[in-house]
Design a protein around this ligand. Structure first.
Ligand SMILES: Nc1ncnc2c1ncn2[C@@H]1O[C@H](COP(=O)(O)OP(=O)(O)OP(=O)(O)O)[C@@H](O)[C@H]1O
Ligand SMILES: Nc1ncnc2c1ncn2[C@@H]1O[C@H](COP(=O)(O)OP(=O)(O)OP(=O)(O)O)[C@@H](O)[C@H]1O
Ligand SMILES: [Mg+2]
Ligand SMILES: [Mg+2]
Lengths: 256, 256
């Protein structure tokens, strides 16, 4: 069974998608076969590896509804060892459809128990900015939840809701769910982020990952180029920091 | 009847909430009584005026379900002439509940036809980062849709979905819906945003509002302080730019 990491935060624009690809591409450099699943109807992860979601025949929606198995919906990305289940137009209505199904929260976990998934050491789940049925599926299937957080008021305030959600998931569908906070888009100009980070460190202590992802325009450019930052700008700060994050998390992935 | 502006974009973190409050506070300085409605379960708009969403008795949810009228759910903010309908925990389930109701898209428009709303010249709707029933209500009730957009790949790519949504809304529930794009969080460092902005200007022409909102840390600080930027840092760039935006839009609001 691969190790499953969900990358979720209800707050929008905190670098969930950027982190999913940065981490996926870095784990592949550490020789861990990795599968990324795009759970967002916006399909940003899909386009960040150069695919056009309007042309995708399948998405995870077909696998969740039992219409196709995982082997039929996964695809290779431009990076060897890094596969993806893309998002497509069928993802727009799946959110509401899932609620009608019995025990809908377990559908993704069931899909990840299929034989085709054993090819991978790691599965990464990119979540939309909401707490709908797809996010509930991701948290039920995950071993670890990474909550990307900017050092800004709304993003930090939203953590209370995320912790509440973790409590709910642990009670109902996934008792062993672990979580960690990841500081993203850290802006060293001025003192605003530095001050917020100090408060976060005091308050969250070990809940906060050591690695901090700084602001790096190369991350924005790599998305336009449809490549991971480790390929588009291998010696950039963003690439180095996501590699460092993979090193920090490696102990979880290989020890399970 | 007041003029209704919806501030929506499925992409997360593009400054929808920041724009709603920046605009609301600026219109009040132009002596337009303004009502803001927080349609996001995250309740960022509610907290940006110093209110605690956990303590709110009501939200727009009660008005949409017909359990309370608008006069009972609106509140004064700390800024005279700027009222708010806050978000609260009841907003978490309203998204799914609305889909069960006949002609659910028109519920907000019906609420805004109540006598209490005639006190206002302007109503601003802050939308969540999704295309659910609350966003459909906002677009059905709006005279103008403002789409805040960063000069970044995912945010611009998401515009195609937003334009498709506008077409759908015009066909089905609101034939006269107008829209404009607003560039937010513009980062003058480096050339990335400048190059993207040039493409946007060529492509969208008059669809793009003249006013551009630059990156300004005073906007982040004002949210922590629970005050609009026009009050927290009245001479900041962010405050000036949102005032400029209100001036640019004033012609729509007063002419209707
Ligand atoms: N470290 C960084 N430095 C600079 N820009 C960044 C960084 N991380 C992310 N970005 C940019 O910030 C924007 C938001 O990132 P991203 O889309 O990954 O966030 P998200 O949480 O997935 O958003 P959504 O809530 O819409 O899913 C993107 O335009 C991305 O290019
Ligand atoms: N012009 C700006 N300069 C600097 N920071 C900004 C600016 N506009 C917004 N921000 C910051 O960027 C973050 C995102 O803004 P905001 O929360 O308003 O976006 P949103 O689109 O409402 O997000 P969501 O999709 O979660 O509703 C916030 O932390 C805010 O403080
Ligand atoms: Mg994303
Ligand atoms: Mg918002």
């Amino acid at each position: 069974m691969p190790y499953v990491i969900a990358i979720c935060h209800q707050k929008g624009g905190v670098a969930k998608t950027t982190t999913t690809l940065g981490l996926g591409a870095s784990f592949v450099e550490l020789h861990s076969e990795t599968l990324m699943i795009d759970l967002d109807p916006q399909a940003n992860l899909t386009s960040s590896v150069g695919l056009d979601s309007n042309e995708m025949e399948h998405s995870i929606a077909e696998a969740l509804l039992g219409e196709a198995d995982l082997a039929a919906v996964r695809m290779e990305s431009s990076v060897p060892g890094l596969d993806i289940v893309p998002s497509s137009a069928s993802m727009l209505t799946i959110g509401r459809q899932l609620y009608q199904l019995p025990e809908f929260e377990y559908l993704l976990r069931k899909v990840l128990a299929e034989p085709a998934v054993h090819d991978y050491e790691l599965v990464l789940l990119d979540c939309p900015p909401s707490v709908g049925s797809l996010t509930l599926n991701a948290l039920t299937a995950a071993d670890l939840l990474i909550i990307p957080t900017q050092c800004e008021y709304f993003s930090i305030q939203a953590l209370a809701d995320m912790f509440e959600l973790v409590r709910l998931i642990r009670d109902r569908t996934n008792p062993s769910l672990m979580y960690r906070l990841l500081v993203t888009m850290f802006d060293g100009r001025g003192t605003f982020h530095t001050r917020m980070l100090e408060r976060m460190r005091e308050y969250f202590k070990d809940g906060l990952l050591q690695t901090i992802i700084g602001f790096d325009t190369k991350l924005r450019e790599s998305q336009l180029a449809g490549q991971p930052v480790t390929v588009h700008a291998p010696s950039s700060r963003g690439a180095q920091q996501y590699r460092q994050l993979a090193e920090e998390l490696k102990i979880h992935v290989t020890n399970q």
